[in-house]
Design a protein around this ligand. Sequence first.
Ligand code: FAD
Length: 482
Amino acid sequence: SGGSYDYDMVVLGAGPGGYTAAFRAADLGMKVALVERWPQLGGVCLNVGCIPSKALLHAAKVIEEAHEMEVAGVTFGKPKIDTEKLRGWKEKVVSKLTGGLGILAKQRKVEVIRGIGKFVSPHEMSIANTDMTPQSTVLSKGENAPGEGARKISFKHCIIAAGSESVRLPGLPDDPRIIDSTGALEIDLPKRMLVIGGGIIGLEMACVYDALGTKVSVVELTDGLIPGCDRDLVRPLEKRIAKRYEKIMVKTKVTKLEALKQGIRVTFEGEQAPEPQIYDKVLVAVGRSPNGKKIGAEAAGVVVNERGFIPVDKQMRTNVSHIFAIGDIVGQPMLAHKASHEGKLAAEVAQGEKRYFDARVIPSVAYTDPEIAWVGVTETEAKAKGIPFEKGSFPWSANARSLTLGRDDGMTKVLFDPETHRVIGGGIVGPNAGDLISEIALAIEMNSDAGDLGMTIHPHPTLSETVMFSAEAFEGTLTDLY
Ligand code: FAD
């Protein structure tokens, strides 16, 4: 086992990257410790990220779908929202999952050590006890507190999986009405709310609050919502929320937030900037920053860049070869499925397996209404980089299943290599886009071409047929070649 060390493997941080790494390492026979400052396992994703947000988005979806059935002659009353109960339900979903992780850790004999971990040498970590919770880290308080009863452990290998936290805008007043995503998940409903940041996290929370009855506005600095995603995929979302939200401001900068008695006064700058406005709450969702500078990396000799990211190679090794890093702390995309994939990989490499990161693509999903998902090469990227591509697309207004759901605003597109006809990317907007995108991801990983997608019999009537039809649409443009 650990030989002269306490553990074969110490994993710092129990998010989707860390717990996956710890479990894999234990399955491979290592003696493993998993260090976590929060009371529950699961990290940001389970406690204050993916899972609670998706639970609330489900509630939003049910409310909206019920409302939309009015045109079909099925009328429900105005929903009564007991936020305390909704919060409790969301928390139950979360604790079922985090509790499950606790059991899995026990079964694998992974020792969970509570407290804030910091490197003290290349093979040692000190762990200070605190009573920190995901909610208490909003302001990063106590991060550098010495803590009581620090203990020291030694390790042969280590995987850093300390994740990220919400970016705080500089100079913000310290006011409970200015919240980040963690605060937003508490669904203390304001009448009027501004979301700063039109990225995935901001728009998902906007979607929840809108459905629950808050008057929502969104302000985004760049020229469009969900930067990085093709505009044609974002358009159906823009169209839908333009009708519902109070205001959507792009190319607009927030220059000042003032805490007044009657609300938070926000000053905007930009061509279409409105007069200063007063909101009951302001959600700041302007991105996440890695925790690289808070773990004493220098004591282990691990390089952390100026932004707090830890550079790694294709085997997830840092510059110190027995120390690995994975997940949000190593860079974009900051997504749970990337973290867990890397976690498994790092554990296997530490065990001596000849593995390296060779996933071709990592899918992205906005779980808004409609959902937006994309994978591989985007059209925007292809045009910018001069990557040759042809496209097959299919509007959901012509898809039977979409119409039976009462929706016609979706779209599927698949990008192909013009010479080989292999799938190189794809995007989907519409209900369940996030579930549907995996088929295109698999097609890319398997080197599939348009014929593979077009000739695979898809069940009818389903939304997945739009992937097959996109391939057929692309092949249709080729008929004169044959
Ligand atoms: P994290 O999940 O950040 O976990 C890091 C862990 O390390 C934490 O538990 C932390 O307490 C612990 N830690 C840090 N420093 C120390 C220390 N010194 N000592 C001890 N413990 C420490 N991603 C998706 O893929 N899909 C989604 O739908 C999605 N939705 C999101 C919604 C929201 C509101 C947010 C905020 C994020 C969302 N994300 C989503 C992103 C996702 O949560 C992250 O990509 C993912 O959690 C990263 O995993 P990780 O293992 O790298 O780190």
